[in-house]
Design a protein around this ligand. Structure first.
Ligand code: BES
Ligand code: MN
Ligand code: MN
Length: 462
């Protein structure tokens, strides 16, 4: 029998080539101009699962983009692993900042990836990480050592809030029943130090609109005499944090879980170098909520950030104008116990209440989801840790991530199953940014580690 290490060595070029083909399809879910490509990607994923040897694969239609569902049942009495991933990607813009086109994948080396990384939108988030599961499954089928049942659920709307997936999960509990959910859509500390994500933040995403005069005005004739919606919006946004960078929305922190000093001391053990952190981002200093360190600010603390702000004249040269309207998109990252719908209400009420007379304000909720934490004494966590320990030579460290995968909390609610987040990306892989990439080392290590998760999960389930 071929070991997974040998199998990866013998097939690595094909694994890379296949991923590159998948990355060429611009499956941007946020932009309707790419809808044909998104659908084409679902078909490519279906074919890849069939080729890997999955008994049954189907494309499930939804009110939005389709979900690829696959199932390989070897024995009803054995455990079932449900693999979740997403085939949609973030928009590529600003496109001019890419050093190579986002949908023409190329391999380049970086300081962190001396053996090369695939540069393309979606390489790490999440096509590359999702495809590791297809290839790990291919190995287990080809070598006749798949130890349990597997289901695949690969969606195409993760980057826009997974609306159709919620719809699908609520209607298909039986079909999706499983013993554990396995996801590779997060990161790890470094290529020398694996980690397992034990927490995700929740999210509330809103858009705000401030309206002043009924048309754009001459800023000389009217300036100073009417409210300028952009000035007002900037002031309102600035007031959402106090001088300690605490969020000022009444009730915002009411349900926030405060970690014990022991838990915080445990977190502080994860390797972190502030100088390198600053250097990687070309920052002269860090910034954030008083009383917390960087690794806490971006994981166990809730935040509020403007993601985009616009209005008025932004073209070439100068135009003297007071805009009729100003807009912003705002995200709040939430921690466990904060309910995203409640937070959206608190935000709306507060934002409307701070609007000065002279303007009207509208808040439009976009999407959101609950945060998630998972215990480290579960069979799934232990199996993942055993798998990482074997392939990296050191045990994994549990880490709470600042990112969100809102569907994970829904899986627990609807399917009553825990999720194990085995991520292989690095923070420096630039997901959602120009020049996203995924290390060849990480891709192949992922393929090598996943079958060991299956093996240990089944052993520990006995
Ligand atoms: N894969 C990411 C989430 C992630 C990345 C979690 C790294 C932890 C570490 C996912 O695709 C994502 O981008 N999620 C969105 C939320 C979604 C509702 C748009 C996010 O976190 O902004
Ligand atoms: Mn993702
Ligand atoms: Mn993403």
């Amino acid at each position: 029998m071929n070991t997974i290490k040998q199998y990866v060595q013998e097939n690595k070029q094909r694994f890379i080539d296949e991923l590159i083909e998948l990355l060429k399809i611009p499956s941007v879910s946020a932009d309707a101009a790419y809808s044909k490509d998104v659908i084409r990607t679902s078909e490519a994923v279906k074919i890849s699962l069939e080729k890997a040897g999955c008994q049954f694969v189907e494309i499930c239609e939804t009110p939005g983009y389709p979900i690829v569902f696959g199932e390989h049942i070897i024995d009803e009495n054995l455990p079932t692993v449900l693999v979740y991933g997403h085939y949609d990607v973030q928009p590529a813009d600003p496109i001019e900042l890419w050093t190579s086109p986002p949908f023409e994948p190329v391999i380049k080396t970086t300081d962190i990836h001396p053996e090369g990384a695939i540069f393309a939108r979606g390489s790490c988030d999440d096509k590359g990480q999702m495809y590791m599961h297809v290839k790990a499954f291919e190995y287990m089928i080809a070598n006749n050592n798949l130890p349990c049942n597997v289901k695949f659920m690969i969606e195409g709307e993760e980057e826009v809030g997974s609306k159709s997936l919620s719809w699908f999960v609520e209607r298909n509990q039986e079909k999706l029943s499983c013993d554990v959910i396995l996801i590779s859509d997060t990161g790890m500390i470094s290529n020398q130090q694996p980690s397992i994500t034990t927490g995700l933040r929740g999210l509330s995403y809103v858009e705000v609109e401030v309206t002043g005069p009924n048309r754009d005005l001459h800023s000389g004739l009217y300036g100073g005499a009417v409210a300028n919606p952009i000035n007002v919006l900037a002031k309102m946004i600035a007031s959402l944090h106090d001088e300690n960078n605490h969020i000022t929305i009444p009730g915002f922190y009411d349900n926030v879980e405060e970690l014990s000093l022991e838990e915080r001391a445990e977190m502080a053990k994860a390797p972190f170098n502030l100088d390198n952190y600053k250097k990687a981002l070309d920052l002269n200093d860090i910034y954030g909520e008083k009383g917390y360190v960087t690794n806490e600010r971006n994981s166990i603390r809730p935040t509020l950030d403007v993601n985009g702000i616009w209005g008025g004249y932004t073209g070439e040269g100068a135009k003297t104008v007071i805009a009729s309207q100003a807009f912003a998109k705002i995200s709040m990252r939430l921690v466990p116990n904060q309910d995203w719908e409640h937070i959206t209400e608190l935000f709306t009420k507060h934002f409307e209440s701070i609007a000065p007379s002279g303007v009207t304000v509208k808040v439009k909720p976009h999407h959101g989801g609950q945060g998630y934490v998972t215990p480290i004494d579960s069979i799934g966590y232990k199996a993942a840790n055993m798998a990482y320990t074997e392939t990296f030579g050191v045990p994994a460290i549990p880490v709470r991530s600042g990112g969100s995968i809102p569907i994970v909390a829904l899986f627990e609610k609807e399917l009553k199953s825990k999720t194990i987040l085995m991520g292989f990306g690095l923070d420096s892989d630039a997901i959602h940014s120009p020049n996203e990439h995924f290390g060849i080392f990480n891709y192949l290590k992922g393929i090598e580690t996943i079958p060991l998760f299956y093996k240990y999960f089944v052993e520990l389930s006995k």
